[in-house]
Design a protein around this ligand. Structure first.
Ligand code: MRU
Length: 348
């Protein structure tokens, strides 16, 4: 089996979309093939594919399938069908801005095409290009971030911002991979990331598989680990970064960042420019609420009484004052974030 840094989480093959079914990991490595956009929408909704960059590219591939599926004879009709598919894909998950970014990019290409044939070809080409670019971006971001980590660091990460959350290589785990590739020895502490355990099922699995020294902790042991000197630095991914530097990421990230601040531990976020949302205010970002059964059980085993009330937000917001730096493919931005993020976008 190849390493997860190069294994494709989502891929375009023979005019179909092929994805690793992440709901089956770590027990089985299963690939699923899709030939219509409704199936891709279901896959995003049901976390067969998850992680902000991976769902951005999946959305783009979904639209490419919609273009191929369409029987439209006119450009206008094809664009109408693509807009409908775009809306269905967009509504699958609300927090990661990469999904909207991927869909918008494809619609721009579609709108600029002059015939049905040209639109179909261009949309497929662009979606494939976005997937390839994702890998290059992660590698550059990884290198940019690797300078922030030292030999023998133990790095904590939360959720899965690895190869499995992107097309390949990863964002936060990409930084960890690049640090190791630069010759530094690093250890990783992965939080299990309840309720659906992207940390233990995906991060611990991916890193162990690729030969990293990784230890798994329950989410509740973050404070213990930091207070006992087990953590040198933290790096996490992001689902959305707004222009003020507020970071939206998997539920629990805010707690990790607060604990890091308490213990004077640098807390970094790794996010490509496609994860930045320069339009929306932090207070207007929609936090996805998921079903209660994710909390009242683990796998198929019930761990709570029937009919209990549940609050199950999938993401939380980490304020900029807790963040040491945001690593991007164009460099690392630091506080004051309002200014540094503005400059980053003006320069790119
Ligand atoms: O609900 P998920 O698994 O899609 O949440 C994923 C995360 O929160 C990741 O940390 C984030 O998308 C960054 S992935 C590079």
């Amino acid at each position: 089996m190849s390493d997860f840094s190069s294994l494709k989480t989502v891929e375009w093959k023979n005019n179909k979309v092929v994805m690793i079914d992440q709901t089956k990991l770590p027990n089985e490595l299963v690939f699923i093939e899709f030939d219509n956009y409704d199936q891709v929408a279901d896959a995003i909704r049901n976390l067969i594919v998850r992680g902000a960059p991976a769902i951005g590219v999946s959305g783009a591939f979904g639209l490419a399938l919609a273009a191929l599926q369409s029987k439209s004879q006119s450009k206008e009709q094809l664009l109408e069908e693509l807009n409908k598919a775009k809306q269905i894909l967009f509504e699958t998950r609300p927090t990661a801005v990469n999904l909207a970014w991927g869909l918008e990019k494809i619609m721009e290409i579609a709108n600029s095409g002059s015939s049905v044939k040209e639109i179909r070809e261009n949309v497929v080409q662009e979606a494939k290009r976005m997937a390839e670019q994702d890998i290059e971006i992660n590698k550059t971001m990884g290198k940019n971030g690797s300078f922030l980590f030292d030999d023998n660091d133990t790095i904590m990460t939360h959720c899965n911002a690895g190869a499995l959350a992107t097309v390949a290589y990863g964002t936060a785990l990409g930084v960890i991979r690049a640090t190791k590739e630069s010759g530094k020895n690093v250890k990783v502490i992965a939080t299990e990331t309840r309720p659906i355990q992207q940390g233990s099922r995906l991060t611990a699995f991916e890193l162990k598989h690729d030969g990293f020294d990784v230890s798994l902790i329950p989410d509740t042991a973050v404070g213990y680990s930091m207070a006992n000197g087990l953590v040198d630095k933290v790096v996490v991914g992001a689902d959305r970064v707004v222009r003020t530097g507020h970071v939206f990421n998997k539920i629990g990230t805010y707690q990790v960042a607060t604990m890091a601040k308490q213990h004077g531990i640098p807390f970094y976020v790794a996010a490509p420019l496609s994860t930045f949302d320069m339009k929306t205010d932090a207070k207007d970002v929609v936090i996805e609420m998921r079903k209660g059964s994710e909390v009242t059980g683990i796998g198929n085993k019930k761990t709570a009484p029937d009919d209990i009330g549940v609050i199950n937000p999938a993401f939380d917001m980490t304020p900029p004052e807790l963040i040491t730096g945001i690593i991007t493919e164009k460099g690392v931005v630091k506080s004051p974030y309002g200014e540094s993020i503005k400059k980053l976008f003006e320069a790119n």
